[in-house]
Design a protein around this ligand. Sequence first.
Ligand code: HEM
Ligand SMILES: N=C(Nc1cccc(CNC[C@@H]2CCCN2)c1)c1cccs1
Length: 358
Amino acid sequence: VENKVELLDEATRFINEAYVELGKENLIEQRLAVIAREIEEKNSYEHTLEEIEQGARMAWRNNNRCIGRLFWQQLQIRDARTVHTTEEIKQTLFNHIEEGTNNGAIRPTLTVFKPNTVKIWNEQLIRYAGYIVDGQQIGDPLSNEITALCQRLGWKSPQTDFDVLPLLFQKDETSPMTMQSIPSNLVKEVEITHPDYPKLAELGLKWYAIPVITNMRLEIGGISYDAAPFNGWYMGTEIASRNFVDEQRYNKLDEIAAAFDITTRKNRDLWKDRTLLELNIALLQSYQREKVQVVDHHTAAKQFGQFEQQEKAQNREVTGNWAWLIPPMSPTTTHIFHQRYNNEVKKPNFFYKKSPFD
Ligand code: HEM
Ligand SMILES: N=C(Nc1cccc(CNC[C@@H]2CCCN2)c1)c1cccs1
């Protein structure tokens, strides 16, 4: 936010809405008086932990692109606002991975650091590296830039398709970079196999259990938390319909078709569709085999429908981004496809940060 007036306006809007939801409307006036004084003195103000918990849950509830919002009230918040040394930051990030993974029974979790301090360069806490070796792409192209930086900082790796990147962060904007590998016992991964097609296993496809987003900022009442890693669990299509098959990602559709003995000659054989279907089945079954939580897109759509009903009962309009909410597989079999959504952006919310590389 630009100035004191705007900050107080955002704070007032947030406190009014959050305290009513918390059943504390009688404390609004007093709380706003304290915040107004703080903004006058320090050009900013500090949230209580309860305000951050409610604000982060509202931010999830408000995000138009998220199909998983039914569980917004169960988000676990970890308060890391007093964490400042690189050692403590490292431990806090490792603990988030451990507590969020929970051996596969994934717990939606968000860790909040003090504003204007920690700067995380990773886009997700766990992500595979990307390299161009002899003109050939290895690993995840989205990671090529950060991988090159890690290598410049001395990172050594076997250069496979699935090398987990180290954490890369600064304890604050002016401090040197810390590069720290994640202990492999903390990184739960799933080998992707198909019960009817043993050749799929020969491709050696795998993916990590838990997506922990670190390239978005959490905005609550005018305050921006630039380091606020959050995780949920995956919807199967994210991995099987996008990460493994997009041309600008792992681009493995042809190889996977061959593993399923599907010939790729004629479009009207719908070989791409059959390959994606079998790969999505393999993905869901592999995660279930390893007891790692994952949701199929039909169940996720039904849960989103329950969220819509729940919000209607609370007299809140559900806003949404239709193009992001419809799943990439069989979208017309979900109610989402046949409905319209207001894409207005409500706050609190999550927003993209400018890339640290820009
Ligand atoms: C619990 C299980 C969850 C599932 C299955 C789920 C599912 C998804 C999916 C499939 C997307 C689209 C991602 C993409 O296509 O790149 C998405 C977007 C998003 N989700 Fe959720 N989500 C879950 C939990 C959460 C949680 C806990 C938060 C934050 C507290 C969250 C915040 C978001 C945000 C901010 C986006 C938009 C990302 C962007 O703009 O790139 N979600 N979600
Ligand atoms: N299931 C998830 N998927 C998800 C959610 C938000 C953002 C992302 C990452 N999106 C970036 C990818 C890569 C380019 C376009 N999509 C994934 C969750 C991640 C963290 C909480 S839920």
